[in-house]
Design a protein around this ligand. Structure first.
Ligand code: GYE
Length: 375
């Protein structure tokens, strides 16, 4: 192996271990199983989501910064317009940004929690433009409404990175995108359900995420695409729980009033909603999970969500990796030093199922996996 090739391999390995391990040295072997990888599932499905360029890097500049460090010798000012604080996923994502874009790493981070308010988020971005920050990172609350403010950032000469969620705007209006493929997450959840039910009927209730968020739209579209192939499945209802525990509980309570005794599957589009739904079902004496009457599917695979999966209360939990700041820092470093970077970088994730379930689409949970999680 020549030197250049060897360094590329090492760099890719570093980037992958940072992404996959999220700082953990004990990432379970199973996480590398292709079948359990929602990205691998993408290969079979046409999606609009950006192609997987995770190991992206493949070049020295990106990888050097993947560790988080600013190598330019000058403090880089970064604005992050964060969605809000609606979920454990969001908390992990915020912490990740604060850790990576720290003063010690050579950054000055202007962090704005937009409290799930679209107008506040536009205002935050305009504030970053006025402050003449060096880079703007946006986790867009909704897909729509971005053209004008992105044009303003471009006119001001400030590079913009869209992170976590997707937007509905021409890609000439931003410089890079880093996030997860939520449509594939939906496809994985439904593929798992089909495998688990093996032809049995499904009467499904869906607690969706926030209205207009790409994570909601993607998970819904992916799941529905597979559901359409199953005439034995019926989606009884689908309502937004706003990605919160309170929202999940409220929607589940109203579902129980309308559909008690009629459903055997509940899909929650994030873990916090699942906690709320579990509380509502418990209060109504409805059993769920591997030993229950209702199959419970969740997304995010945050620490507590995986604990519930390990306990058998959640049957299947499709991961969405919140650890994205290293990749964003890598892109910023490449921009700052004239290095090359990928326009779109997909952060990998996978799916997990409760003990006792074997799946082609997901990894069976173990204590070891939970102990190895960094968020
Ligand atoms: O699933 C949810 C959060 O945008 C992928 O937002 C993210 C979603 C995540 O509030 O928990």
């Amino acid at each position: 192996m020549n030197k250049k090739l060897l360094s590329l391999v090492l760099v890719a390995a570093l980037a992958m271990s940072l992404l996959a391990g999220c700082g953990s040295k004990e990432e379970p072997k199973a996480t590398t199983a292709a079948a359990a990888d929602t990205t691998a599932a993408a290969a079979d499905n046409e999606t609009e989501a950006p192609a997987d360029t995770t190991a992206a890097a493949g070049d020295e500049t990106t990888a050097a910064a993947a560790a988080g460090g600013n190598t330019t010798g000058e403090t880089i000012k970064v604005g992050y317009a964060q969605v809000g604080h609606e979920s454990d996923w969001r908390t992990a994502n915020t912490k990740n940004y604060q850790d990576v874009f720290s003063a010690a790493n050579g950054y000055e981070l202007s962090f704005v929690d937009c409290d799930n308010d679209n107008a506040a988020q536009l205002e935050a971005v305009r504030g970053f433009i006025q402050q003449e920050l060096d880079y703007i990172v946006i986790a867009p609350i909704e897909t729509a409404g971005w053209d004008t403010v992105l044009q303003e950032a471009q006119d001001a000469g400030i590079p913009v990175i869209i992170a976590d969620r997707e937007i509905d705007a021409p890609d000439t209006l931003y410089d890079a995108w880093v996030g997860t493929n939520t449509k594939n997450e939906g496809i994985t959840a439904a593929n798992w359900l089909a495998e688990y039910l093996d032809g049995k009927e499904a009467n499904i209730l869906v607690i969706e995420g926030s209205v207009g968020a790409s994570a909601t739209l993607g998970r819904t579209e992916g799941f529905n695409e597979v559901a359409a192939e199953h005439s034995e499945w019926k989606i009884l209802d689908s309502q937004s729980g706003d990605f919160t525990q309170a929202g999940g509980q409220e929607v589940m309570e109203s579902f129980i009033k309308s559909y008690e005794g009629q459903f055997n599957v509940v899909v929650c589009q994030n873990d916090n909603e699942a906690y709320g739904a579990m509380d509502a079902m418990k209060a109504a004496n409805i059993t769920y999970g591997v030993d229950g009457d209702v199959i419970l599917i969740s997304y995010d695979a945050t620490h507590d969500g995986l604990q519930y999966t390990l306990d058998g209360a959640i049957n299947c939990n499709v991961e969405c990796n919140p650890i994205q700041a290293e990749v964003v820092a890598g892109v910023i470093q490449a921009m700052a030093t004239g290095g090359s970077f990928e326009k779109t970088t997909l952060v990998n994730d996978q799916a997990f199922v409760a003990p006792g379930i074997e799946s082609e689409y997901a990894t069976t949970m173990t204590q070891e996996i939970l102990d190895g999680r960094a968020y």
